[in-house]
Design a protein around this ligand. Structure first.
Ligand SMILES: Cc1cc2nc3c(=O)[nH]c(=O)nc-3n(C[C@H](O)[C@H](O)[C@H](O)COP(=O)(O)O)c2cc1C
Length: 202
């Protein structure tokens, strides 16, 4: 198949849209929307976010001062709030109040949980590094607060209930989850077994 070289950019298509919240030194809560988010460790559980350090971002300043943040997951019916939190700055106005979100102090870290979000990860900053325009901040997850309705009896999060918002930077739009295409780790493992078996007997 013919290939072509395209515009140089960090391709993010799609990522989960998250809302990161933190307190400023006066104890006021602010939050901003991020698409640059990844799971960076299983043990201990860590997540890494990347915030543009070349521009004035109140949330970044707040996280660096308190050493903590909460990572919240908006649902598809909260996309308007999430988008607003990503286009306005907490330096100018009380964004959380404007969108009607309320906060409670996280139990394990000095950061605000947004009560209206169905899933929140309370994170303690353990590492920062600047790469290019963005500062990568790794937070160890100290507590996970999930709405009862989105968790099954084994404590697993039900994505169809959470209804996460995906961000497609290529077409600059939000998407919802698609349908299941396969189990994970199974078709590859079965294929591996088949090939290994073939080798052993071949
Ligand atoms: C969908 C979406 C994704 C975004 N992702 C990021 C991101 O990953 N990193 C970043 O630095 N800014 C990102 N932004 C921009 C910030 O949310 C925005 O600059 C915000 O106004 C910062 O607010 P603050 O000054 O209150 O911290 C995103 C915005 C939107 C709408």
């Amino acid at each position: 198949m013919a290939k072509k070289e395209i515009r140089l950019h960090a391709v993010v298509a799609p990522t989960e849209t998250v809302i990161v919240s933190a307190y400023d030194p006066s104890g006021k809560a602010d939050a901003c929307t991020l698409a640059f988010y990844m799971v960076s460790s299983h043990v201990p559980p860590c997540v890494t976010i990347a915030i543009n350090a070349t521009q004035r971002r109140k949330t970044l300043q707040d996280i660096l001062e308190t050493g903590a943040f909460v990572l919240g997951f908006p649902s598809t019916d909260q996309v308007r709030q999430a988008d607003y939190l990503g286009v306005e700055s907490g330096y100018k106005t009380d964004k959380l109040k404007n969108v009607g979100f309320t906060t409670s102090r996280a139990r394990t870290v000095c950061a605000p949980v947004i009560n209206e979000l169905l899933l929140s990860l309370e994170c303690q900053v353990v590492h920062t590094v600047t790469v290019g325009s963005h500062m990568q901040i790794t937070g160890e997850v100290k507590n996970i607060l999930a709405d009862e309705d989105i968790v099954d009896e084994k404590g697993r999060i039900l994505l169809d209930r959470l209804r996460p918002v995906l961000y497609n930077e290529e077409q600059v739009e939000y998407l919802s989850l698609g349908r299941k295409v396969s189990d994970a780790f199974k078709p590859g493992a079965a294929w591996k077994k088949e090939l290994d078996g073939g080798k052993e007997h071949g």
